[in-house]
Design a protein around this ligand. Structure first.
Ligand code: BGP
Length: 462
């Protein structure tokens, strides 16, 4: 039996835009997702848009009951900025009532809410001003953070500013998966930088106002592995590591932007606009704890004929398709649990062993109804195996001194997944979108409940 530390946080993660539904109800204003769906519904799988997400705005009491049934002791979701402050200034009392009721119910049942402020859901009114490209968004985010801390600070002890702050930069300004779907490396870097400063602003608000609890951020740490030890492949690896890992991890934990990243951006004429004093503010705004989302590693190799200066990240490193990889064919992502051990050791050795937890890990599978038994329970043994293998690696890192305090699955109840709609399902519970958003437990939910009850995994217990 592999025991986990006392008071280990077991739970799951989700986000407001992917679960609440009620997208334009009770005063909530539109986000980029609401508007983009209006403009281009054909981009969204089965034309299921953000309005149809899993109805948690209405069914939250039932959801918290299901969390208790599964013995979760913690849960992360986010607040919708566009719901709390529909025009960026005016407080929406209905939103305050909803989130207070939701978080209070969790607390009542011994489920610690970890609350995130931004999960890819830029309010439309701010996007019209340029979104994260405009430094005005930093101040606007700071105000939103201040209001959230004031309204819910008595119910929430652990806050995170952003979920995967690199993703809106990458997906919105390089790879066309998020609005505004432009392709421009320099603009992507500016968006990333301003997002970092918005995070800094929120941390300042938290610290200056001496709020109780802790402040952190959730980063998707996608470990970079190179095709070989050859100099050119290692150089590609270093560039990918600077862009994908150190870009946010260094400033938020160490209080400074990596000098190698600055050199890389300079060499490629990609340096963002900054303001005097930014450097000092970054140095002061280090976090209390870190959330790590991990799904898959990034394998890279040297680029054959790169553009110089780089026009795209693919001019700095090329993807490497490792022939021996184990893959989740539905999402197309490699399954490589050992990376979780490596992440744990890297945080221990290079990042002062800051307290951290796995804030997302999971496996999205399409058409799961294929695996339903006669009682209507999906037999998701693949998910059990996935979680178990990752937990074993995490356990090893903890044994070797990594300061990990929890493990959250993505996700609790199947949720809406951006352009992928409800195609790939990740939940411990199935949601039936054709039958009143009915929630049905999967086999993995019973397995996980045992893990939580034992605070341990028993290899082979499924
Ligand atoms: C993470 C996001 C989540 C979630 C998850 C699964 O990067 O934080 O919002 O969506 O990935 O990925 P996907 O939904 O793209 O399959």
């Amino acid at each position: 039996m592999k025991k986990f530390p006392k008071q280990f946080l077991w739970g799951a993660a989700a986000s407001a835009p992917q679960t609440e539904g009620a997208a334009l109800v009770d005063g909530k204003s539109a986000t980029t997702w609401d508007k983009w769906f209006d403009m281009h519904p054909e981009k969204f799988a089965n034309q299921i848009g953000p309005r149809d997400t899993s109805n948690t705005y209405v069914q939250y009491l039932e959801d918290v009951q299901l969390m208790e049934d599964m013995s979760l002791n913690s849960y992360r979701t986010s607040i919708s900025w566009a719901r709390l402050l529909p025009d960026g200034k005016t407080l929406n009392q209905k939103a305050v009532d909803f989130y207070r009721a939701y978080f209070s119910e969790m607390n009542k049942k011994g489920i610690k809410p970890i609350v995130n402020l931004f999960h890819f859901d830029m309010p439309w009114w701010l996007m019209e001003k340029g979104g994260w490209e405009n430094r005005e968004s930093i101040e606007a985010f700071g105000y939103y953070a201040k209001v959230a801390f004031e309204q819910f600070g008595d119910l929430v002890q652990q806050w995170t500013t952003f979920n995967e702050p690199i993703v809106p930069a990458e997906c919105g300004y390089l790879f066309e998966f998020h609005y505004p779907a432009v392709v421009d490396f320099k603009r992507a870097v500016q968006v990333g930088y301003n997002t970092l400063m918005a995070h800094v602003k929120a941390v300042e608000q938290f610290k200056e106002n001496k709020h109780k609890g802790q402040i952190g951020v959730v980063l998707n740490l996608t470990p970079v592995l190179s095709k070989s030890e050859r100099f050119e492949d290692m150089k590609a690896k270093e560039a990918a590591d600077e862009l994908y890992i150190k870009s946010f991890l260094d400033p938020v934990v160490l209080g400074r932007i990596s000098p190698k990243l600055i050199a890389l951006l300079k060499d490629n004429q990609l340096l963002p606009l900054t303001q005097e004093g930014d450097k000092e503010r970054i140095a002061q705004a280090t976090i209390d704890f870190l959330g790590v989302n991990y799904y898959q590693p990034k394998r890279v190799q040297a680029v054959e004929n790169p553009s110089i200066p780089a026009l795209m990240p693919s001019d700095l490193f090329a993807d490497y398709d490792w022939p021996d990889k184990k893959i989740n064919p539905y999402r197309g992502w490699e399954i490589y649990p050992k990376a979780l051990f490596d992440i744990g050791m890297r945080i221990k050795n290079d990042y002062g062993n800051i307290p951290w937890y796995v804030s997302e890990n999971g496996m999205g599978v399409a058409e799961e109804e294929r695996f339903m038994n006669e009682e209507g329970i999906i037999q998701d043994d693949y998910r059990i195996e996935f979680v178990q293998d990752h937990l074993l690696e995490l356990h090893k890192a903890i044994e070797q001194g990594s300061n990990c305090f929890g493990y959250h699955m993505w996700t609790f109840i199947d949720c809406w997944s951006w352009l992928n709609g409800y195609r790939n399902r990740y939940g411990f519970y199935r949601v039936d979108i054709e039958d009143g958003f009915k929630r049905i437990p999967k086999k993995s939910s019973f397995w996980m409940k045992e893990v939580i009850r034992n605070n341990a995994i028993l290899k082979g217990e499924n």
